[in-house]
Design a binder for this molecule. Structure first.
Ligand code: PLP
Length: 433
C-alpha cells in the first residue's frame, strides 16, 4: 500500500481525532524498511568516495578499503571468514550461483575426465581435475527439500532441463521439518549437491540444518544452505555449521533491495555464472557495489545486535499474537512448528476463505500481511510449502503469514485479532460470529 507523506496528508485534510490508525506492516519476511544507519553509512560512498575499488589511485584504494571492511564485518556476523564472502544482488542470485555453479563445476570435471580418457592419457592436467576422489564421480543428482524457495527449486530445474540432472525432492513432515531419514537414503545414493533452507519463509519452521549437513557430508555430498530468512533474525554460524555454500539477502534485514551474498568455502569447486573482470574471487564479475556492501554490513550488524536484545520479547509477542488469533478465530490453525520457528513469524490457515481475499480485506483495515511467498501470490498459486506439508490445495490457499522484526505492542495484537474477526465476518466465513 502506498502511503501519503506527512506533508501531503496535512495539506489535503486537517488531521482529526478520528483519523484512521496508521497501517501495521506485518510482512517483513517479504521485505523490511531500510535501516537509517545503513543509509547514513552508504551515503559517503555514493557522494564522496565513489571510486572503483579495482582502480589503483587513492580514490580506488579508499573504495577497496571500505569494501574489504564491509566484507570482514559481514563475515564476522555470519560466522564466516572474509574470504568466504561473494557479494551478489540478493538471495535469488546467490541461490542460482551456488546451485548452478557447483553443478557446472562437476560438468567441467566430467568433461575433463572424458577428454583425458579419449586422449588415453590419465596423467594429463585434465585428469588431475579429478584428483580429489570426493569430487571425482558424482551422479548428476540435486537433492532439494520439498519446501525450498523458487530461487532454489527453479535453479535445480534449470540443471535438469539443460544438463539432465535429476532433481530429487526430499519430503517434509506436517510441520515442514525436513525428513532426515529420506535425506540420508538419497545422499547415500550419491549427489552433486543437497539444498536445505535454514528457516522456511512461508511457515517459519527452523529446519534441522546441522543434522542435514552431517548426513550429507557423511555421504560425500556438499550442502547449500538458503539462509535468506534466517540471517539477521536467528543466529547463523556458517563455518560452525560446516555448510559448503550459504545464500543471504539484504532486504530481509534492513539493507536496500538488490543486495546479498553467497558464502562459499574455498574447498568447494564452483563455476561463476557471470563472466568478466574476475571480481569477487572470479565468482561474480562486475564492478562491486561498494555503497551497497557497506549498507549490507551495517544493516546486518544492527540486525544481529537487535536480535540479541529483542529475541525474548519478539517470541513472547509472537506467541501472544497466536493466542489472540486463535481466541478470535477458533477455526484457525497454526501452520509450521509452533516452537522451533522464526521469532517474528506467525502463520495460519483460516478455513472457509482464501488467503488472498482475506489479505485484501485486512489491507483495507490497515493490516498488511501476506498469503505466502510474494512470488507465489502474484501467480495465485497455493503456497508450495503447505502442499508439501500435506495440506490440500483449498487449505493451502487459506494461508496467511504475519511477520515482524520488532515486538508487537499489546494494543497492536488486539487490533490484529479484532480486524481478522471483522474481515472473516465481512467475507461471510461460516462458523465465525
Ligand atoms: N530464499 C528464500 C527462503 C526467500 O524467502 C527469498 C525471498 O523471499 C529468496 C530466497 C529470494 O531472495 P531475494 O528476494 O533477495 O532474491
Amino acid at each position: 500500500m502506498i502511503r501519503m507523506s506527512e506533508t501531503e496528508t496535512s495539506s489535503a485534510t486537517a488531521p482529526s481525532a478520528t483519523a484512521a490508525p496508521t497501517d501495521l506492516y506485518l510482512d517483513t519476511a517479504a521485505s523490511e524498511a531500510v535501516s537509517r544507519a545503513a543509509i547514513e553509512a552508504m551515503l559517503p560512498f555514493l557522494t564522496e568516495a565513489y571510486g572503483n575499488p579495482s582502480s589503483v589511485h587513492a580514490e580506488g584504494a579508499t573504495a577497496a578499503r571500505a569494501l574489504e571492511a564491509a566484507r570482514a564485518s559481514f563475515a564476522a556476523d555470519l560466522g564466516a571468514h572474509p574470504g568466504d564472502v561473494v557479494f551478489t544482488s540478493g538471495g535469488t542470485e546467490s541461490d542460482n550461483l551456488a546451485i548452478k555453479g557447483v553443478a557446472l563445476a562437476q560438468v567441467r570435471r566430467e568433461n575433463a575426465a572424458h577428454a583425458a580418457a579419449a586422449a588415453g592419457d590419465g596423467s594429463t592436467s585434465a585428469a588431475s581435475a579429478c584428483a580429489n576422489p570426493e569430487h571425482a564421480a558424482r551422479p548428476r543428482r540435486i537433492l532439494i527439500s520439498a519446501v525450498e524457495h523458487p530461487a532454489v527449486a527453479e535453479s535445480a530445474q534449470w540443471l535438469h532441463d539443460f544438463f539432465g540432472f535429476d532433481v530429487v525432492r526430499i519430503p517434509v513432515d506436517a510441520q515442514a521439518h525436513l525428513d532426515l531419514a529420506a535425506l540420508e537414503r538419497e545422499a547415500q545414493r550419491g549427489a552433486s549437491l543437497a539444498c536445505v533452507m535454514m528457516a522456511n519463509n512461508e511457515v517459519g519452521t527452523v529446519e534441522p540444518v546441522a543434522q542435514a549437513v552431517r548426513i550429507c557430508h557423511g555421504a560425500g555430498v556438499p550442502v547449500h544452505v538458503d539462509a535468506v530468512q534466517a540471517a539477521g533474525t536467528i543466529p547463523v554460524d556458517f563455518r560452525g555449521l560446516d555448510a559448503d555454500t550459504m545464500a543471504v539477502s539484504g532486504h530481509k534485514f534492513g539493507a536496500p533491495k538488490g543486495l546479498g551474498a553467497l558464502l562459499v568455502r574455498g574447498r568447494t569447486p564452483i563455476e561463476p555464472l557471470i563472466s568478466g573482470g574476475g571480481q569477487e574471487r572470479g565468482l561474480r564479475s562486475g564492478t562491486q557495489n561498494v555503497a551497497g556492501a557497506v549498507a549490507l554490513a551495517v544493516a546486518l550488524h544492527e540486525a544481529c545486535e537487535t536480535m540479541e536484545r529483542n529475541s525474548t520479547a519478539l517470541v513472547a509477542s509472537r506467541d501472544a499474537l497466536v493466542r489472540a488469533v486463535l481466541e478470535a478465530v477458533p477455526t484457525a490453525r497454526v501452520t509450521g512448528d509452533p516452537v522451533h520457528r522464526l521469532p517474528g513469524h506467525a502463520s495460519f490457515v483460516f478455513p472457509g476463505v482464501t488467503g488472498e481475499a482475506l489479505l485484501v480485506d485486512l489491507d483495507a483495515r490497515g493490516i498488511e500481511v501476506s498469503s505466502g511467498s510474494a512470488c507465489a501470490v502474484g501467480r495465485h498459486e497455493a503456497p508450495g510449502t503447505l502442499l508439501a506439508m500435506g495440506l490440500s490445495e483449498v487449505e493451502a490457499k487459506a494461508a496467511i503469514r504475519f511477520s515482524f522484526r520488532a515486538p508487537l505492542a499489546d494494543a497492536d495484537i488486539r487490533r490484529i485479532a479484532a480486524a481478522l474477526h471483522s474481515s472473516l465476518i465481512a467475507l461471510h466465513v461460516p462458523g465465525i460470529e
